[in-house]
Design a protein around this ligand. Structure first.
Ligand code: PRP
Length: 235
């Protein structure tokens, strides 16, 4: 048997009948949704669900503790796609979702051809430079670890400070602890991760919050469905 995957059934052994296509489809989507909204899995979803609840969206649809990535809300006809935060604008730009909710950090890091009509005032945090108290090495260029290389390079360029950037994907706080970098550029929300790793905020780059983004074509063609949703979220 291969290391990954199931063993092939023995010749002549009874196999389970294949699921008919109709019933497989019916499990996931019975009708076309009025709107498709891409939302980020994780912390922000807990803050987004109560904002959508007054518009008729069932909280349990968004917060169900399972692995389904497509969630249909029967009352409002909105289909939710649960994505990694960085992927939300991509789905909206290409029209696989009409709307999305994403942190402004994602939009600052990469350019997307989407509208951003509304700041939700949730997912509030800060983009910062953080490190140990005495972070600047004497006699050499500051080394900065980050998963936001564009934001970081713009920031230091704006200050006229030359730095060496080291790209990492996560657990950025480890970089100054191991000598990979002198400081990090990262998001701070509660400050707990910095505190528990003996790091502090050295400079604040900008505030961050979650915004609604919209596909340019959908905003025109589905205005009748999108406008009341945006109006409801604005309150
Ligand atoms: C983010 C960020 C910090 C942490 C800050 O990481 O990169 O590590 O949250 O939050 P706090 O100030 O509330 O402690 P995330 O949880 O997205 O995971 P990652 O480190 O794998 O990127």
């Amino acid at each position: 048997m291969a290391k990954h995957g199931k063993a092939a059934p023995k010749r002549g052994a009874a196999r389970k009948p294949a699921v008919p296509i109709e019933s497989a489809e019916a499990t996931h989507a019975t009708t076309e949704p009025r709107l498709v909204m891409a939302v980020p899995k994780g912390r922000v979803l807990n803050q987004l669900a109560p904002r959508l609840a007054p518009l008729g969206v069932d909280r349990d649809v968004l917060l169900a503790d399972d692995r389904t990535l497509v969630r249909d809300d029967p009352t409002t006809g909105v289909r939710f796609l649960l994505l990694k935060p960085d992927d939300v604008p991509t789905y909206v730009e290409y029209g696989s979702a009409d709307l999305g909710v994403v942190g402004r950090d994602v939009l600052l890091e990469r350019e997307y051809d989407v509208y951003a009509p509304l700041d939700l005032g949730i997912g509030i945090c800060r983009m910062v430079v953080a490190g140990k108290a005495q972070a600047h090495p004497p006699g050499r260029t500051l080394r900065v670890a980050t998963k936001f290389p564009n934001i970081a390079s713009r920031y230091f360029l704006g200050k006229g400070q030359q730095v060496d950037l080291v790209y990492v994907q996560g657990s950025v706080e480890l970089a100054p602890l191991t000598g990979l970098a002198d400081v990090i550029v990262d998001i701070v929300e509660s400050g707990e991760t910095l505190r528990q790793n003996g790091l502090t905020v050295l400079e604040v780059i900008c505030p961050i919050s979650s915004v609604v983004i919209a596909n340019r074509v959908a905003l025109k063609l589905k205005r009748a469905a999108i406008a009341p949703l945006l109006a409801g979220l604005r309150i």
